[in-house]
Design a protein around this ligand. Structure first.
Ligand code: BGC
Length: 417
C-alpha cells in the first residue's frame, strides 16, 4: 500500500472520470498474468463465456507469478487515469486498491446472486472491503503441492514421502536415475513459494502462523527457522545449473518431459500437465509437499472491477456474474488446476488431483489448518511480502548465509511495515 499510497490521490481519481454515462459499452479490458499454456487455456474459457454474453474482451497480459509485475503495470495505468475494467488480483493487493477508493462496488449483484452464502469465509476476507463486495473470486489455488514424474516416482519406489527426510530420499533416487531431481525456476516469487512450503513442512501450521502471519521475531530468528534456511540450501543442491530466472512453466515442462523428477509449485502447474495431455496418477503424481499433509496454504485469484464509468457497469456486472456462475467455476477450474471459490459446487467433473484439492481444502478449513500463502499475497501486504522475497532469494542464491538470513529477515520485515 505504502507504494501505492505515494501516487498522488488526485491522479488515481482521474480514473473515475474516464467513462461517460452514455450508451453501454459491452467490452472489458482485463489485466491478468495468465500467460502460460494452461493459464491461457483457462482465460479462454472466460473469454468465450463472455463473448457468448455479447461482451468483447481486450487482453492485457503481464507475465509474472504472484502478480508483482501486473501490479506495477496497474499502478502505471491508474496513475495515468486509464484503469483497466477488470484486474486479476490476490489477497492484500485487493485491500490496498480498495483503500484508495478506485474500485467498483458489487453489492447489488452479490445480493442478487447470494454470494454471501456460497463464498468461503477465508475468501470473503479479501473479496470485501468495509463490508462491501469489491471482488469476484474465480478460484482457490493452493501452493503446498509437489508435482512428480510418474516414471521417476515408480523407479524411486512409488511411495509418497511424508516428511522432509523422505523428500530428500526421493530426490536422491532421482539423482541416481540421472535426471534433475528438483526442477526450479529461480525467480523471487518461486523461491518464496518453495520457502513457505519448507516453513510449513519443518514447523507445521502453528509455526507458519507465528513466523509468516504474525511475524513473531522469535519465530523468524529461532532454531526452526534456521532449519528452514538450511533445508533451502540443501534443496538447492538438487537444482540443475540453469535454474536462475527460469519461468515456472518451463520447470513444469522439465517434469513433463522426464528431464526432472519433481517440481514444487502451486496447483496451476497441473494446468501445464493437462495441456500436455498427461493424466494424474498415470503420467504424473500430485502430492502435498512432504510434511504438509492435512494443511493447505491457499491463494485465490479474484477479479476486481475498477471504477471506470457507468457505461461499462453492465459489462463489469456480466463479467462478475459469469465468474461466479457455478458451471463456469467448474469449466474454468478443471482447466486451471485450481478448485472452485464456491462451497456449493460438486467435485464430479474434477480429476483426482482436483478432487483431492477440494477435499483437502474443506478438511483444512474445518480443522483450522488453512492459511494464506505469503508468496501469493495472502499473508502480508506487498511491501512485507517483497521484503521477505529479497532475503529468501539472496539466501537461496548463496549471496547470504543462513546466519545472515536469520538476522536480516526480521529487519527487512520491520522496515517494510
Ligand atoms: C496465481 C495463479 C497463476 C500463478 C502463476 C499465482 O499467483 O494465483 O493463478 O497461475 O500465479 O502465474
Amino acid at each position: 500500500m505504502r507504494t501505492i499510497a505515494k501516487l498522488a490521490a488526485g491522479t488515481a481519481l482521474l480514473a473515475l472520470s474516464a467513462g461517460s454515462a452514455s450508451a453501454q459499452d459491452k467490452s472489458v479490458e482485463v489485466l491478468h498474468w495468465w500467460t502460460a499454456g494452461g493459464e491461457a487455456a483457462a482465460v479462454n474459457v472466460l473469454k468465450e463465456n463472455l463473448e457468448g454474453e455479447g461482451v468483447s474482451w481486450t487482453d492485457m497480459p503481464v507475465a509474472g507469478g504472484g502478480g508483482t509485475q501486473a501490479m506495477t503495470a496497474l499502478r502505471a495505468r491508474v496513475t495515468s487515469g486509464d484503469a483497466p475494467t477488470a484486474v486479476q488480483m490476490l489477497g492484500f493487493d485487493i485491500k490496498d486498491w480498495a483503500e484508495l477508493g478506485v474500485v467498483a462496488n458489487l453489492n447489488d449483484l452479490a445480493a442478487e446472486e447470494g454470494w454471501d452464502d456460497v463464498v468461503p469465509a477465508a475468501l470473503q476476507e479479501f473479496s470485501k472491503y468495509d463490508g462491501n463486495w469489491i471482488a469476484a473470486p474465480v478460484n482457490v489455488h493452493s501452493t503446498n503441492w509437489l508435482w512428480v514424474n510418474k516414471e521417476a516416482f515408480d523407479a524411486a519406489g512409488g511411495e509418497e514421502p511424508t516428511d522432509f527426510a523422505g523428500l530428500i530420499a526421493m530426490l536422491d533416487s532421482f539423482k541416481e536415475q540421472g535426471i534433475t531431481p528438483l526442477a526450479h525456476g529461480g525467480q523471487p516469487w518461486q523461491d518464496a513459494t518453495l520457502w513457505e512450503n519448507v516453513v510449513l513442512s519443518v514447523g507445521g501450521m502453528d509455526f507458519y502462523r507465528d513466523a509468516v502471519i504474525e511475524l513473531n521475531e522469535e519465530a523468524l530468528t529461532g532454531d526452526t527457522m534456521r532449519e528452514v534456511f538450511d533445508n533451502m540450501t540443501q534443496l538447492a543442491t538438487y537444482f540443475d545449473e540453469n535454474f536462475s530466472g527460469r519461468d515456472w512453466n518451463l520447470a513444469s515442462a522439465m517434469v513433463i518431459e522426464g528431464e526432472a523428477g519433481a517440481q514444487q509449485m502451486g496447483d496451476w502447474a497441473k494446468g501445464e500437465f493437462l495441456r500436455a495431455d498427461l493424466t494424474p496418477g498415470e503420467d504424473f503424481v500430485c502430492m502435498r509437499f512432504p510434511g504438509t499433509q492435512g494443511s493447505v496454504l491457499f491463494n485465490s485469484d479474484q477479479f476486481v472491477m475498477f471504477e471506470v464509468g457507468d457505461d461499462q457497469r453492465e459489462a463489469q456486472n456480466l463479467m462478475a456474474s459469469a465468474v461466479m456462475d457455478p458451471a463456469f467455476q467448474v469449466a474454468f477450474n478443471t482447466v486451471k488446476g485450481s478448485v472452485p471459490a464456491r462451497t456449493d459446487v460438486e467435485d464430479t467433473e474434477f480429476d483426482d488431483c482436483g478432487k483431492k484439492g477440494m477435499a483437502d481444502l474443506a478438511e483444512a478449513a474445518e480443522s483450522g489448518n488453512l492459511a494464506g500463502s505469503m508468496a501469493h499475497g495472502h499473508a502480508q501486504p506487498a511491501a512485507v511480502k517483497e521484503a521477505m522475497y529479497d532475503v529468501i532469494t539472496q539466501h537461496l542464491n548463496g549471496q547470504i548465509t543462513t546466519d545472515e538470513a536469520l538476522e536480516r529477515l526480521p529487519q527487512a520485515v520491520a522496515s517494510a511495515q
